[in-house]
Design a protein around this ligand. Structure first.
Ligand SMILES: Cc1cc2nc3c(=O)[nH]c(=O)nc-3n(C[C@H](O)[C@H](O)[C@H](O)COP(=O)(O)OP(=O)(O)OC[C@H]3O[C@@H](n4cnc5c(N)ncnc54)[C@H](O)[C@@H]3O)c2cc1C
Length: 454
């Protein structure tokens, strides 16, 4: 039987994962991307003695698929597991940093939560599960844990992952594991405890939940996947990409290139890019997908050869929205990863914008630098503001927000895929936004295609 031809749109971590696993099974794969390099939002830059990430900085070994992919790349790039410092996370309250408590005593003593909520938390395991599958995370946490837990634990956590708003994200889609804890076990606390005791297979044990990067930066992982997939499979600088129907096949057209026919097309682009690439898709269904919002994020990497601020022994500090600051928080990359800054120096990644401050995306670089100087100086007691490196990366479609439209969006995606056999709409429009989620989805798509069709 003739091998089917597969086109993958987008060479970010999702597209790369699909391409790698399909190629491993001998499929005929071509990847198309408008960028001039693989990786999508993942990009490492080397600035003197600093290793910066312009997109994601770290991932979590939250599923076996991410661990297995990195393991398969180990002759080309090496994993860098975060050190002990990454266990500590700080939250800002009234201008002061407090560690997130990790035990009963810490939980009682912390000033982050009110006494009323601390006492109320004792009743969490006995509260009834919610009935609304579209309940927002904000409402769910208020209902089960109280307002201060929402403001000083969940809100900053959600800022760290989604740069989002818990009152806009639907738990079932944005935090599916948390949703399942309530639905399956009736409680976050009781459910988490029970889950820990459940037997794990050898494969499950690979999901250690450790924070990871790659020695030398995440681009090393991207390059490893790119090379092992086969560089000849990739088409970069593709402009004006359009996909049309041609009998039972798909015709891929782009500026300056001969149209090519494919049996399967896997899209990994954002929801906002689908309409232009797939003019034959129902406008009505696309409108549903396009309702999903994206946060705008400005990432500023700041490096100091000689650090004069407070000791940064933590993963980072997050700033609850209620604290009304102009940055969302900072990751202390040089504190928990190797060789990110010179000895005695520091590398901090700080974030601005997010779903509740889209206007920040219009601020000039000069103003961004002023804000970062003022905020970081006061937040980390920096004696002298003399960074040796400052890099600004802007992401206008940073993180998709799985909001109230999620159920309809997933239905629209399913209907499109049913209507157009051979078309898969993957990418972070569904199934999670973290790098580990992306790798898991990529492998799942490749597995499904290999078993069913190739
Ligand atoms: C600033 C930032 C920080 C983040 N931090 C973390 C983190 O710390 N940990 C974590 O796990 N996750 C993090 N994430 C999320 C995670 O990085 C992303 O969800 C993931 O990398 C997305 O991968 P992807 O391949 O699905 O999409 P993308 O990386 O966006 O790749 C899509 C590709 O499609 C291409 N494309 C788009 N339109 C077209 C077109 N019309 N024609 C041709 N090609 C096209 C693009 O050029 C791109 O290469 C972060 C994201 C951002 C933006």
């Amino acid at each position: 039987m003739k091998t089917k031809k597969v086109a993958i749109i987008g060479a970010g971590i999702t597209g790369l994962s699909v391409a790698y696993y399909l190629r491993k099974r001998g499929a005929d794969v071509s990847v198309f991307d408008k960028n001039d390099r693989p990786g999508g939002v993942i990009q490492t830059t080397h600035e003197g003695d600093f290793i910066c990430e312009n997109g994601p900085s770290t991932g979590t070994l939250s599923n076996p698929e991410v661990a297995e992919l990195i393991e398969e790349m180990k002759d080309v790039c090496q994993i860098d597991i975060a050190n002990e410092a990454a266990k500590y996370r700080w939250i800002l309250k009234k201008g002061e940093w407090h560690a997130i408590p990790d035990g009963l005593l810490g939980g009682i003593k912390t000033p982050l939560f009110t006494w009323a909520d601390k006492i109320r938390l004792l009743g969490e395991p006995f509260r009834k599960p919610g009935k609304d599958p579209n309940e927002t995370l904000g409402n769910m946490v208020r209902r089960r844990m109280g307002e201060s837990f929402l403001n000083y634990a969940v809100d900053p956590f959600i800022l760290g992952i989604y740069s989002g708003d818990p009152d806009k994200l639907v738990t079932k889609y944005a935090m599916p594991k948390l949703y399942r804890l309530e639905q399956d076990y009736g409680s976050f606390i009781g459910g988490a405890a029970k889950k820990m005791k459940e037997p794990k297979t050898e494969r499950d044990k690979k999901a250690t939940k450790q924070i990871f990067s790659i020695k030398g930066g995440l681009s090393k992982l991207i390059n490893a996947i790119y090379i092992k997939t086969g560089t000849e499979c990739f088409n970069f600088n593709v402009t004006d990409l359009r996909i049309c129907l041609s009998g039972s096949q798909y015709k891929i057209c782009s500026e300056g290139k001969e149209p090519e026919l494919f049996d399967e097309v896997i899209s990994t682009v954002g929801g906002y890019a689908l309409r232009e690439i797939f003019p034959f898709l129902s406008s009505e269904k696309l409108s549903v997908i396009e309702k999903m919002q994206y946060s705008k994020v400005i990432l500023v990497s700041v490096g100091f050869k000689k650090w004069t601020g407070m000791k940064l022994k933590a993963f980072g500090g997050l700033i609850p929205f209620i604290e009304n600051r102009r940055v969302l928080g900072g990751l202390f990359l040089s504190s928990f990863l190797k060789d990110r800054a010179p000895k005695g120096g520091a590398l901090i990644a700080t974030y601005l914008g997010g779903i509740r401050h889209p206007e920040m995306a219009d601020i000039s670089d000069e103003d961004i630098k002023d804000i970062v100087e003022n905020e970081l100086t006061s937040l980390f007691n920096i004696k002298k503001w003399n960074p040796d490196m400052l890099e600004i990366s802007r992401h206008n479609y940073a993180i998709p927000q799985y909001g109230i439209e999620s159920e309809d969006k997933i239905e629209a995606i399913n209907m499109i895929e049913k209507q157009w056999p051979g078309l898969t709409l993957a990418g972070n429009i569904q199934d999670g936004i973290g790098m580990a989620d992306r790798i898991k989805q990529g492998r799942m798509v490749a597995d499904k295609l290999s078993i069913e069709k190739l």
